[in-house]
Design a protein around this ligand. Structure first.
Ligand code: ATP
Length: 201
């Protein structure tokens, strides 16, 4: 019997995509031995309190940030789908496209801590193994997450060191005229500068 295909899914606002996202993708590809890893920019992010940059420009930056990594599939389905971007809908579509595949959902500890507030979260945990990366400053680096306490066999932790990078910090640096070269890849830095993005709070 051939082994089941191993499909990773990594969603986010990517406003903008940064070097910690890239390190997380590379770690997940390697540790989980994935055949494909879908990077899925969110459309209407129901759980983000602020207005995101328009989806077309976030998608363009995701392509610049990660498009060169083998096995990465930049996946625009949540941007083109009407209504809120629910992860469960994305996972169900991928399962339908890849019958018999094993799904691995990848996220930082901040998202894992909030997982029980996600739409149909228990169905998410049944469909995909949840792979968590430590997040610098997260209060949840050692405690089990609520969802993990309930379904411990469905959780894995990725061996990524805590990286002090966030999109919030990058937007703030740009608005304050501070450099971002160590936080985003060079093509993303150039795109941000060329399009005058994030210049005001
Ligand atoms: P913001 O600061 O605007 O909230 P962000 O830096 O958290 O953005 P997102 O696009 O919201 O970036 O994150 C996408 C995914 O990447 C989430 O699962 C998030 O937890 C994870 N992530 C982002 N930055 C890191 C990091 N430094 N370490 C580990 N995981 C991260």
């Amino acid at each position: 019997m051939p082994r089941a295909r191993r499909i990773g899914v990594f969603g986010g606002a990517f406003d903008p995509p940064h070097l910690a996202h890239r390190a997380l993708l590379e770690t997940a590809l390697q540790e989980l031995k994935l055949d494909t890893l879908h990077v899925v920019p969110t459309g209407d992010a129901w759980h983000k309190p602020r207005q995101l940059l328009d989806a077309a420009r976030r998608l363009a930056m995701v392509q610049l940030a990660f498009g060169d990594i083998p096995k990465i599939c930049v996946d625009s389905r949540e941007i083109t789908r009407a209504g809120p971007s629910y992860t469960i809908d994305t996972l169900r579509q991928i399962v339908a496209e890849e019958p018999g595949a094993e799904l691995f959902l990848i996220m930082g500890a901040d998202q894992a801590a909030a997982l029980t507030s996600w739409h149909e979260w228990q169905a998410i945990v049944q469909l995909a193994i949840i792979n968590v990366a430590t997040r610098a400053h997260s209060s949840n680096t050692t405690d089990l997450f609520e969802a993990e306490r309930l379904f411990p066999e469905r959780f894995l932790h990725l061996g990524l060191p805590a990286l002090h990078v966030s999109a919030t910090q990058i937007r703030s640096n740009i608005a304050n005229g501070q450099p971002v070269q160590t936080l985003v890849s060079e093509p993303v830095a150039r795109y941000i500068a060329d399009h005058h993005l994030y210049q005001s709070h």
